[in-house]
Design a protein around this ligand. Structure first.
Ligand code: SF4
Length: 790
């Protein structure tokens, strides 16, 4: 017995003797509860919030009594606690959830209906192995797809979705000849593409640089609802942005805007590019553009640095001054008509930017999740470049602030013999018409075209099979047709909407039940957590390693797969290799400590090495410089087949889009713009079925009082939200915290259909599968809707 356990038992025993000695004179017998010792193990919250907060799991008799948080250390900025938010602390409700998957099951109804029968693990493994063999033999390895998923990330073994090559299933499939790869993420595809074509990556400064800044301009970044950890941006801003004049550009007066006492510039969704053009106009015409900086570090700001292949006047400066092909001068008045921000406010913000010594300009990821999101990102990146304020203390590149990442080694997967990759958002297209998809029509990478449609989907710990993918109605039709995708394996912990589409459904262990190691990404001090468990799993659940091992056995590749080690041996040996290199405690020491804090206070300043020495540290763009004008994009615009109305400009610019503010035709029937936002009660769709979270955080569509009054809608009314693609029922939240003409719905609610209405409130009942032009990414915040009383 540990000393702590002994003390708890002693205290409990003392309480019992007090009852018997000081009780009433009646002769009734009080039967004391037998005291049960508490055990404490550390676990971690590995959902896709990114912070992997340590969780202190307190058990009694193998059952979770409660979940506590990181409470160790002095909690100074350099050593701050990674305190879990309410979601992580509600993990007990996830482990014992009513919809927990308890046994392996086989589908008996249609896909999506959720009708299954229990089968043995042997039957499950035999079926999966036979189907995998059949599909590979019939259609080739390129027909096997591992679905994008982010339910478990950032740990040695449970974590790393397929795109990161971090799962044991990837190793198994590589041994079997490979699988169709993917690139991009649902979270940040447009930002990554914009960064790649501009900087050759996504460089950014850390939050700590805000301490050295005198102006913070944020486009839609909302860490108060997306980074709620003690290691997250919300806490960081409260420490480092104190006293820094702050402007937030966002259609919603977000919780971050409220808490930062900022100047709120309410902007129409998808129009950030137009605002940036007008700010650029003011900076250039006031003589504040740092032309020496732009000439030295950038390609294509003006004609003097345009590549030889570029047309005359195709540079950025000409575009802003109305000397480019469109002939439009990008004045504040021009932008005001598009963005909804008045011209005087735009001028005032330009004046502030010009006067700032070290402006810290950043953006959230909602800005880019639009029909033309790459252009919004590129436009924001122009502001620090125009001012020549980048690569210096207190400044940022325009991207979301960087977080320190403490990488662990993932399981070694070997190389994937299949080189073809699809943009992750186009998987439904690859199910229906994979063989038609090429590099220039659909952004296929690693091959000119696909050789097969997707026939086998392996969905591990993810809900993008239906819920988190756009247009759930269309996805449902595709998945129900068993002549298209012939087999779907889902391995998860709960009966999610995606799980209902499984042919074979396997129960997984939760974080609190397994052994693993997690590492968080944090603002200054990171944490490694040795995840151990004293929870007796009351279900027949198995982890990913074991599932893959059993399938490998049936396919005759057990030895290549396991290489003679079991799960625990892999965990310890891989971790210990990293520990030696990084100076971390070894595995046994880490388990004793529970959590280990990694302090990292080195300043992180985006683009610093390039700005300090552009010759010695060139960027990984084709020119080695910052590409305001991208020849690569220019070539794509001439060689790619695009959807009608799509455009790939070589320079950053605002583009009118389908279902944007300027789509007047669609607005005749659907006059309101609709975006999605992250709310505190879910991380994407994780925690949706957790009753504590549903009780704590309201799901409602935000409407401005003017729009609500025009439709006879009052606070709390049930309303029907309709788009070209579907309908959903939800309550109305009538609030001036959203600008007129714009509505917003918390994303991640689980789809549930009643007739043709999604009564679960899943925003993807309304969204579109039409991808962006450049990155083929998801435009889930570009929607036009109408709202009426239900
Ligand atoms: S959701 Fe994020 S902030 Fe909350 S406990 Fe989990 S990892 Fe931490």
């Amino acid at each position: 017995m540990q000393r702590r356990d002994f003390l708890k038992l002693s205290a409990a025993a003392g309480a019992v003797s007090c009852v018997t000695a000081c009780g009433s004179k009646k002769t009734e017998t009080v039967i004391p509860e037998v005291p049960v010792a508490e055990k404490i193990n550390w676990s971690s919250c590995t959902c896709n919030c990114g912070h992997s907060c340590p969780l202190k799991v307190v058990t009694r008799d193998g059952k979770i009594a409660r979940i506590e948080s990181d409470d160790l250390g002095d909690d100074s900025w350099e050593s701050h606690q990674s305190r879990a938010c309410a979601k992580g602390r509600s993990t007990k409700k996830k482990v014992y959830a009513a919809d927990r998957l308890k046994v392996p099951m086989k589908r008996v109804g249609k896909r999506g209906e959720g009708n299954f029968r229990e089968i043995s693990w042997e039957e499950a493994f035999d079926t999966i192995a036979a189907q995998l063999r059949r599909v590979i033999d019939t259609y080739g390895n390129e027909s096997v797809y591992c679905q994008y998923a982010s339910g478990r990330l950032y740990s040695f073994f449970s974590g790393g979705h397929w795109a990161y090559g971090g799962l044991w299933g990837a190793k198994l499939l590589n041994i079997l000849g490979g699988y169709l790869g993917q690139y991009n993420t649902y979270s940040s595809g447009q930002a990554s593409n914009a960064g790649q074509y501009t900087f050759g990556g996504r460089p950014a400064s850390g939050y700590a640089e805000l301490r050295n800044s005198d102006l913070y301009l944020s486009f839609g970044h909302n860490p108060a609802e997306t980074e709620m950890s003690g290691a997250g941006g919300s806490y960081a801003l409260s420490v480092v942005a104190k006293g820094v004049e702050t402007y937030v550009v966002d259609p919603r007066y977000s919780d971050t805007a409220v808490s930062s006492q900022c100047h709120w510039l309410a902007i129409r969704p998808g129009t950030d590019g137009a605002l940036c053009e007008a700010l650029a106009y003011e900076i250039i015409t006031q003589g504040a553009a740092d032309e020496a900086f732009l000439a030295k570090y950038c390609v294509g700001y003006d004609q003097s640095t345009l590549p030889a292949s570029a047309a005359a006047n195709s540079d950025y400066k000409s575009h802003i001054l109305g000397q480019g092909p469109d002939g439009v001068v990008k004045t504040p008045e021009y932008a005001a008509a598009i963005t909804g921000i008045c011209a005087e406010e735009i001028r005032l913000l330009a004046t502030k930017l010009i006067a700032a010594k070290a402006p810290f300009i950043s953006q959230g990821l909602g800005v880019q999740r639009h029909a033309c999101g790459e252009q919004a990102v590129r436009s924001i990146l122009m502001l620090p470049l125009l001012l020549g304020k980048v690569g210096q203390s207190g400044t940022n590149t325009g991207f979301q602030p960087a977080r320190n990442v403490y990488p662990l080694a993932f399981s070694p997967t070997g190389a994937n013999p299949v080189t073809a990759k699809i943009p992750c958002f186009l998987w439904t297209d690859a199910v229906v018409r994979g063989e038609e998809m090429t590099a220039t029509t659909d952004g296929i990478r690693g091959a000119e075209k696909l050789s097969a449609n997707i026939k086998f989907i392996w969905n591990y710990a993810g809900n993008a099979l239906i819920n988190q993918h756009s247009d759930v109605n269309k996805t449902h039709e595709i998945l129900q047709d068993e002549s298209l995708c012939e087999f779907i394996l889902v391995h998860d912990v709960q009966m999610t909407p995606s799980a209902k589409y499984a042919d074979i459904l396997l129960p997984d262990l939760t974080d609190a039940e397994g052994t693993d190691i997690s590492a968080n990404s944090a603002t200054e001090a990171g944490v490694l957590t040795a995840m151990t468990s004293s929870v007796n799993t009351p279900f027949s659940a198995k982890g990913c390693f074991e599932v893959c091992l059993e399938i490998a056995k049936r396919l005759g590749v057990e030895q290549e797969y396991a290489e003679g080690k079991n799960y625990q041996q892999w965990l310890e040996s891989l971790y210990n290799e990293v520990a030696v290199k990084k100076g971390y405690p070894n595995y046994d020491e880490l388990v004793k400590m529970g959590i280990y804090r990694v302090k990292d206070t080195k300043p992180v300043i985006g683009l610093k090495s390039y700005i300090d020495d552009p010759v010695a540290s060139p960027l990984s763009t084709p020119s080695g410089k910052i590409e305001v004008y991208s020849e690569t994009l220019d070539t794509m615009s001439k060689t790619w087949t695009l959807n009608e109305g799509d455009e790939i400009p070589a320079i950053p610019k605002y583009i009118k889009t389908w279902e944007g503010f300027e789509d007047l035709e669609t607005k005749k029937q659907y006059p309101l713009q609709l975006i999605g936002h992250h709310a505190k009660g879910r991380t994407h769709s994780s925690f949706h079925s957790n009753p504590w979270m549903r009780e704590a955080v309201e799901d409602a569509v935000w409407m401005n009082p003017k729009d609500a009054a025009a439709r006879g809608i009052s606070q709390g009314d049930e309303v029907l939200v309709t788009s070209l693609r579907g309908k959903l029922k939800v309550r109305a939240r009538v609030t001036p915290r959203i600008m007129p003409g714009v509505t917003s719905l918390p994303q991640g609610a689980w789809t549930k259909k009643q007739g043709d209405v999604d009564v679960g409130g899943c925003v993807n009942a309304l969204t579109s599968q039409r991808p962006t032009a450049i990155g083929k990414c998801n435009p889930q915040h570009t929607n036009l809707v109408e709202i009426s009383l239900y």
